[in-house]
Design a protein around this ligand. Structure first.
Ligand SMILES: *[C@@H]1O[C@H](CO)[C@@H](O)[C@H](O)[C@H]1NC(C)=O
Ligand SMILES: *[C@@H]1O[C@H](CO)[C@@H](O)[C@H](O)[C@H]1NC(C)=O
Ligand SMILES: *[C@@H]1O[C@H](CO)[C@@H](O)[C@H](O)[C@H]1NC(C)=O
Ligand SMILES: *[C@@H]1O[C@H](CO)[C@@H](O)[C@H](O)[C@H]1NC(C)=O
Ligand SMILES: *[C@@H]1O[C@H](CO)[C@@H](O)[C@H](O)[C@H]1NC(C)=O
Ligand SMILES: *[C@@H]1O[C@H](CO)[C@@H](O)[C@H](O)[C@H]1NC(C)=O
Ligand SMILES: *[C@@H]1O[C@H](CO)[C@@H](O)[C@H](O)[C@H]1NC(C)=O
Ligand SMILES: *[C@@H]1O[C@H](CO)[C@@H](O)[C@H](O)[C@H]1NC(C)=O
Length: 843
């Protein structure tokens, strides 16, 4: 963090004309938090169109050069739900932006996909991409230009309300899932939006322009880069068109006006070429966001409850932070017009990059246009593939209908919402089976197949004489006892819900108040288990729940963790429970977070109460989130990150670690660091990337476990940061996601897996890396995974690549990724704690 003197020097280094309009000074921190302030990084770097963005950026610049200031402002300022901003003179009809990360929100005849957390639980990149592609087809079909997803946070607090929208508690897993989702969505020409940038990890005090309290996420630079930024970097590297900044503050400065994170990190360090939009009413000022690099104000008005916000009211132009006010800011010199030009160029760059000028469909959100195609098949497949088998004793699962005489199905989570699947606005209630959390991250169910319905029809299709009893009242324990004591098989369904903070469900203001089951789930399960020797538990939850009350009960023979599976939830659970039909699924889902024995075992929790305007949330655990914390502190979790059983068994053998050969020019880029010239002007970013590079040399070729590679991979950097006005200028502008060599493959880890059991199935293999001792990393971090299908007795060699970035750490001094020297240990296996194979290599 620069001192005050350095900041002053940075400001003085700017051209005189700009110096007096650069009013950004770090927002002050309260006593005791003085080090947690964000530096000011100005001016905003204008987009540099390179690579496969070059044509789009050039076209955008050409287009924007023909616009009037009023027309440009129109593109920067949204209009709430009623309709997009337009440029009538040019017959440009504006952009339609719509939620959500799991389907098209507030629309008819669309699909309700499994939530992000379920996509992550499949650990299957192809399935995750297929989900993105199907969602993208629906957004496009409905005329939505910009899909407001994917969402990626880090699940730092297990109870945080929106964790289910994202991809779990590990940056690598989230990064892969984020990129795959974006690739899928954008393959349909829809602009994807990665959100919420950044450290948007709880709902209480999350902020927004109407909020009286906005929390500050205080994160050190290493943790920021290695955990929270990682999936955003992967998103930018893969070409995401839009980034949404968050409601909260980072180091005291609100995300949408934090020049360090937008100008410095997104646009300089990560070379982002698309647009940055605000979350809905996240802006708390007009001038600062413009200077800090925000490109689009959504939805255009000042605040919920302040200024026009009714559907279709176009007055946002005069009653929002921007609109007519932005014209005034340009005219009175507060915001350079070049900055406005760049906002619009970035927006049109994304538009052209995704080919949206070529016959994009009309908006039809509420019309009968049906875009569901056969996506229900994929939704069912992902629902089953994301189901995690946590316990299975005496081969309780899979069930065989022929062995069942009488089955009890218990719990409100098994049945329908008595008021209808979409009865509660934005799913803001907890009634019936839970297949989605609540808030803006939702879509309307076109229909909802509940478990009771699906299980009943499945059993009856095979043997209509099986007696099926159900009790959907969670608190009628007498009836539960009666029914379960008569049954040979009992299926208990229980749930835990959460969502976005603008809706309160049963006293839960977005974030969960606890991490136990809802609706008396623990008592329901215990009561059932006391009278039914074959009690099988199915949980639909938004995140971890503690299950100590009954997990070791001998009558609880199996536990399935089904997450938030979307419209086909009932069919998906049938595919796993019975594994007998055309869609039979041998479970292979793996936990995308740790399930602790006690809430206190987690490193951090939601901050529920605070009396100050900026509640301080300091990420004191640093890199030690989720499984890393349990590893560092030797805490035994109930079920570790990455855990999940199968109906078959797999053997692991023959670990090999091989050096990958790659192009020398890529090597050069890895070691090149640049300094953004001190004289950067808002209209002309000059970058010199000419620092002499040392080389990466590798000698060893291939090597098996227990030996070591003597590859000397030395990456010496020599950043000349002293002349830079920016502390985040260490990577060449124009390389998406940072220096491209970071994304090139360095090593290939291979091993053999064999299906040693009696059923075909998928195995999710995971690769964890232990960094050299002195590198300050947790005991092990996920750096690769692969899901593979194997017939009984079949074996197969699995290869997992390691990129330069995967073996690098963020160096806070040089502001670059560096490879620590020393010995790395590679662990391979089926969870973060079941790692039968070990090898090493030395850098
Ligand atoms: C936040 O403050 C910490 C501590 O000074 C610093 O390491 C980090 O880089 C800052 N991050 C941002 C985004 O301002
Ligand atoms: C801005 O958009 C509105 C509709 O949203 C339109 O009526 C108006 O003419 C546009 N202004 C310009 C200058 O194009
Ligand atoms: C310039 O205009 C903006 C928007 O109306 C206003 O907020 C700001 O105070 C003005 N600045 C000056 C120096 O007049
Ligand atoms: C489309 O949605 C409308 C409105 O809900 C409904 O009446 C219609 O049946 C739907 N069409 C199809 C094919 O699902
Ligand atoms: C946890 O919260 C849920 C939902 O509000 C509630 O039903 C349940 O009783 C709470 N559990 C405990 C142990 O307080
Ligand atoms: C398990 O279920 C049987 C009924 O089949 C019951 O008799 C027994 O007490 C139960 N065991 C426990 C530990 O509750
Ligand atoms: C950027 O600055 C350089 C050097 O002053 C100049 O040659 C070039 O034309 C400028 N480019 C733009 C786009 O203004
Ligand atoms: C960095 O540059 C300085 C000054 O040119 C030089 O003395 C030093 O050896 C360089 N370091 C590396 C690692 O190249």
């Amino acid at each position: 963090m620069p001192s005050k003197t350095q900041l002053l020097a940075a400001i003085l280094a700017l051209p005189a004309a700009l110096a007096d309009v650069i009013t950004g000074i770090p927002d002050p921190a309260p006593v005791g938090f003085e080090q947690w302030v964000s530096p000011v990084i100005m001016p905003a770097p204008p987009v540099v169109g390179t690579g496969d963005w070059a044509t789009a950026v050039a076209r955008a610049k050409n287009f924007v050069s023909g616009l009037t200031l009023e027309e440009k402002i129109n593109v920067t300022t949204g209009i709430d739900i009623g309709g997009p901003c337009t440029i009538p003179r040019l017959s440009w009809n504006g952009l339609c932006l719509q939620d959500s990360p799991l389907g098209v929100r507030l629309a008819q005849n669309v699909s309700a996909f499994p939530a992000g957390i379920n996509a992550a639980a499949t650990w299957d990149t192809a399935l995750i991409e297929a989900r993105g592609k199907a969602m993208g087809a629906e957004f496009r079909g409905k005329g939505v230009n910009v899909a407001l997803g994917p969402m990626t946070n880090m699940g730092r607090q297990a109870a945080a309300g929106r964790n289910w929208e994202g991809f779990g508690a590990d940056p690598f897993l989230s990064g892969v899932a984020t990129a795959a989702t974006i690739n899928g969505i954008q393959s349909n020409g829809v602009i994807a939006t990665v959100k919420h940038f950044i450290a948007n990890e709880q709902e209480h005090f999350r902020g927004g322009s109407e909020a009286s309290q906005i929390y500050s996420s205080n994160i050190d630079d290493k943790t920021f880069h290695e955990l929270y930024l990682w999936p955003f970097a992967e998103a930018i590297h893969t070409g995401v068109g839009a980034v949404m900044c968050a409601y909260n503050k980072i180091n005291q400065t609100q995300a949408c006006q934090n020049s360090k994170i937008i100008n410095g990190v997104l646009k300089e360090e990560l070379g982002f070429m698309g647009l940055v939009m605000s979350d809905w009413a996240a802006m708390i000022d007009g001038i600062q966001p413009a200077l800090a690099g925000l490109d689009m104000n959504m939805p255009g008005f000042f605040a919920y409850g302040r200024g026009p916000q009714t559907e279709g009211n176009p007055d946002t132009a005069t009653n929002g932070w921007w609109g007519a006010n932005l014209i005034e800011m340009v005219k009175n010199g507060s915001v350079p017009e070049a900055r406005v030009d760049d906002m619009v160029v970035r927006t049109f760059a994304a538009y052209y990059k995704l080919g949206q000028d070529l016959g994009y469909p009309e908006i039809s959100l509420k019309d009968a246009v049906n875009v569901q195609a056969d996506h229900y098949k994929l939704i069912r497949q992902i629902g089953a593939a994301s189901t995690i088998l946590l316990k299975n004793t005496n081969k309780a699962l899979p069930l065989a209908v022929t062995n069942i005489k009488r089955i009890a199905i218990l719990g409100s989570d098994a049945g329908p919402n008595p008021d209808g699947a979409n009865a509660c606005s934005d799913r803001g209630c907890s009634q019936g089976t839970m297949a989605m959390g609540w808030g803006s991250g939702t879509a309307n169910f076109p229909y909802l197949i509940d478990p009771l319905q699906a299980i009943t029809s499945h059993i009856q299709s095979i043997d209509p004489t099986v007696v099926i009893d159900s009790v959907l009242n969670d608190f009628d324990l007498a009836q539960v006892r009666t029914v379960s004591s008569l049954a040979d098989t009992c299926l208990v369904f229980a749930s835990a819900d959460s969502g976005e903070g603008y809706i309160n469900v049963g006293g839960n203001q977005g974030d969960r108040n606890n991490i136990t089951l809802w609706h008396g789930g623990d008592a329901l399960i215990s009561t059932t288990a006391a009278s039914c020797a074959n009690t099988i538990v199915v949980q639909h939850t938004v995140g971890p729940v503690t299950m100590e009350a009954w997990i070791d009960h001998p009558n609880v023979t199996a536990v399935l963790y089904a997450g938030v599976p979307g419209q086909e939830t009932g069919n998906a659970i049938v595919d796993v429970l019975f594994a007998d039909g055309a869609q039979a699924t041998n479970p292979s889902g793996r936990l995308p977070y740790t399930i602790a024995k006690a809430r206190e075992d987690y490193p951090a929790d939601v901050l529920y109460a605070s009396g100050v305007g900026t509640p301080q949330i300091t990420y004191e655990e640093g890199l030690g989130i989720d499984y890393r914390w349990f590893d560092i502190n030797n805490i035994t979790p109930r079920f570790e990150f990455g855990f999940g059983l199968s109906y078959t068994t797999f053997g692991y053998s023959s670990l090999m670690i091989a050096k990958t050969h790659y192009r020398r020019d890529a090597e050069q880029q890895a070691v090149v660091s640049s300094s953004a010239a001190a004289s950067t002007q808002s209209s002309n970013a000059t970058v010199s990337a000419s620092v002499p590079a040392s080389t990466i040399t590798a000698s060893a070729s291939s090597i098996s476990s227990s030996a070591s590679i003597s590859a000397s991979v030395s990456i010496a950097t020599n950043a000349t940061s002293t002349t830079s006005a920016s502390s985040a200028s260490s990577s060449p502008i124009g390389q998406l996601g940072g220096p491209s060599a970071l994304y090139s493959q360095l090593l290939s880890v291979s091993f053999r897996i064999e299906n040693t059991g009696s059923l075909a199935g998928n195995e999710v293999s995971q690769l964890y890396l232990t960094f050299p001792d002195e590198s300050g990393e947790p005991p092990k971090v996920l750096r690769g995974f692969s899901r593979n299908f194997l017939e009984c007795g079949q074996s197969k060699v699995v290869r997992i690549p390691l990129r330069l970035k995967d073996v690098s750490v963020w160096d806070v001094v040089s502001q670059e990724w560096v490879v620590p020297s020393g010995t790395f240990t590679v662990h391979v296996g089926s969870s973060s704690r079941i790692l039968p194979l070990t090898g090493s290599f030395t850098m």
